[in-house]
Design a protein around this ligand. Structure first.
Ligand code: AMP
Length: 363
């Protein structure tokens, strides 16, 4: 299977009527602000929607066109791609789009122009690649254990795929690791084959900041557009129980993400934030050309020595950007107006059209 060829994408883009572009995405994840942001910038919008999931797009009135499919993964089907191209669509990827379309299909046979770098999506999905990119950037990450026998401090154990924290657990010894694995299997939260793929890393005790960056190819600048912190079930509920009762109730903590809230960071920490964003963009240019173009997110913990440690990255619009659909404290500083991540994407596309550089923004 050969990879989607950039020349072919550019020739599809050349055939588009630039006065009549559509911004399209899969109806899930961050599509509301992606589509609303496109409308704000004067684009037509289309949502590719699983049958029965239309209501939010209808009620919030963010989509001009609906392509209704039986199941999310049908977005890569030939007919859907044809419909999208007929509408002169640029597709904006997000977490659910990547999960349902599948990396192989996106890389090999999704011939619709996409905003950003389609090749970098694999680098967030595969832990080894993700780690390589972050390490090559010189960004501090949690220590990784290759063998449960080596566990010598508090660790968090994760499993493959984006499962919103389901099945994660903490342990501080090899015995505890085995006990917790058995408990997760009993709950049917992990399968036998997940165990050999368990990712064990140092547990960073600190406060969570997920930083939403946008790298503008046109300005060659990394922007901080917003920050969120996660609501996680049941850990956030568990910590509301007094410590002595926590021991008695015997509940196992879990880290399933259920929502996000906007946050701001101590101002003195912001130099570190810009530093990690700039570093990642520099490294990505070399490792995965054309680089980390457009939205990305670094998920971090800030320790009590005020060190920011990055434990995860999204190489596209991250779910936490839903916290600033009408702008954040940081997007206000930069733009002085409402600016969601979705709006920022469409703003860039509009500028790309004006400056005749759209092909630099698309793969
Ligand atoms: P992730 O799926 O990697 O985004 O992780 C889900 C949640 O697990 C995070 O939001 C954190 O609460 C927690 N977490 C993940 N990695 C670490 C870590 N190295 N140290 C402490 N907590 C973590």
């Amino acid at each position: 299977m050969s990879k989607v060829n950039q020349d072919e994408i550019v020739s599809i883009l050349d055939g588009y009527n630039k006065e009549d572009l559509t911004i399209a995405t899969l109806g899930s994840h961050t599509s509301l602000h992606i589509l609303k942001g496109a409308q704000n910038k004067g684009f037509k919008t289309a949502v590719v929607c699983e049958k029965g999931r239309e209501v939010p797009y209808q009620r919030f009135k963010v989509a001009d066109e609906y392509i209704i499919i039986d199941k999310f993964s049908d977005i890569v089907n030939e007919e859907v791609q044809e419909q999208l191209k007929e509408m002169n669509s640029i597709v904006v990827p997000h977490g659910s789009f990547v999960a349902y379309a599948g990396l192989d299909r996106i890389e090999n046979d999704f011939y619709v122009p996409m905003f950003g770098n389609r090749d970098i999506l694999r680098w967030e999905a595969e832990r080894d690649l993700e780690r390589k990119l972050i390490k090559d950037s010189g960004i501090r990450m949690p220590y990784k254990y290759d063998n449960p026998e080596d566990i010598d401090r508090a660790v968090i154990v994760k499993f493959p795929g984006a499962r919103g924290g389901k099945g994660y657990f903490v342990a501080s010894s090899a015995e505890e690791f085995e006990e917790r694995i058995a408990a997760m299997q009993e709950r049917n939260w992990i399968e036998e084959e997940d165990i050999s793929h368990a990712h064990i890393e140092e547990y960073i005790s600190g406060t969570n900041f997920c930083v939403h960056f946008f790298y503008s190819v046109l300005h060659d600048e990394v922007e901080v557009l917003g920050m969120d912190s996660r609501f996680e079930s049941n850990i956030d509920g568990l910590v509301r129980i007094p410590a002595k009762d926590q021991l008695e109730v015997g509940l196992d903590p879990s880290y399933v993400i259920t929502g996000n809230h906007p946050v701001v960071m101590r101002e003195s920490l912001l130099p570190q934030v810009f530093d990690i964003g700039d570093r990642l963009v520099d490294a990505a240019k070399n490792l995965v050309p054309p680089g980390m173009n457009g939205p990305f997110c670094l998920q971090t913990m800030c320790t009590d020595n005020l060190e920011i440690i990055t434990f995860e990255m999204s190489a596209r619009t991250d779910g936490g950007s839903n916290t600033f659909m009408n702008g954040s404290a940081y997007s206000y500083l930069l733009f002085g107006e409402e600016m969601s991540m979705g709006q920022r994407i469409s703003h860039e596309i509009k500028k790309g059209i004006k400056e005749n550089k759209l092909e630099d923004l698309i793969t």
